[in-house]
Design a protein around this ligand. Sequence first.
Ligand SMILES: Nc1ncnc2c1ncn2[C@@H]1O[C@H](COP(=O)(O)OP(=O)(O)OP(=O)(O)O)[C@@H](O)[C@H]1O
Length: 321
Amino acid sequence: MTRTTTAWRETDAMTANSEDAAISWRGVKLRHERFTFGPIDCDIPKGMVTAVVGPNGSGKSTLFRSLLGLEPIREGETEVLGTKLSGGRDDAYKGKIGFLAENPHQYENGLTADEKAEFASLVYASWDWDRYRKLMRHFDVDGGVKLSKLSKGMRRKAELSVAMAHDPELLLLDEPSSGLDPFAWRTMLEQLQRYMEPGDRTILIATHIIAEVQRLADYILFLNRGKVLGLYEKDRLLDEWRTIVLQASTNAAQADARTLQAAPGLQSFTEAGSGIYRLEVDDSEQAESYCRANGFQVLGVQRMELEDILSCLIRKEEAKR
Ligand SMILES: Nc1ncnc2c1ncn2[C@@H]1O[C@H](COP(=O)(O)OP(=O)(O)OP(=O)(O)O)[C@@H](O)[C@H]1O
């Protein structure tokens, strides 16, 4: 799915154009006893799907919860759908959000999906029973069964139906596909794609499923240990990040490995032995020309997978620690 706008396409800057942002963070820090998140300065573009990707414990759920006032924000300013979060005094913006938490709420175990929907219908002014029933039908879930009696995947589908039935402006999905079988997963992707069609809705989705990022996301926000590693436009990221394998040209006396360290867009540099070098770069065309001009022969160029890009960003961040 690609819905690009020029303002966001031209840059990877994390605070490119806050007017087009569904969420903006300025110097935001969140703290638990043994975990600090941030500072985060970043804008999540409106009308787009942004995937939040990072290892376990990197702070994805913490970030989601903070948007609903469930995590104390110690420093900085968060704005969601035009509302500055101010310690829970202005809650009206929450009516425009659909939230699927990572784990089901145990206190809802005794409710059926339809009873949970009844509660939600009282909370959300734009609640649409027709929409709820259609979603439940698409997902093939019986709304009359207690949530605790549903399988994990069934419960996920019921909760996603409730989260989407008021047609929110912003959907916050914390690992929505956890427990879904491949057919249900496809139905979920279809429903999310349909939800995005009007062009003015935004999804922020935390996921470990690379296929989900590839199929859904326009942007990717990478996190590690409570730090933001970057917000990138997905297509551009996959297009431009490459692994280049090089060897000093036999007739090039000037080939000096140290020059490789200054290659344009260099993200990582590995000496593989026998005069072979492996570069990971975010601007492959320029990097290749540079390496050739400096006496290196290009043995191979390969696109990088998202996992490789994330691990490269993590290695860079860890090297600073
Ligand atoms: N209520 C809490 N009190 C104290 N520490 C917490 C609390 N909630 C989360 N943490 C800690 O904050 C860190 C980030 O947790 P979080 O759940 O946000 O990560 P995550 O990226 O969503 O992880 P996962 O991919 O495993 O779901 C972890 O170190 C976790 O132990």
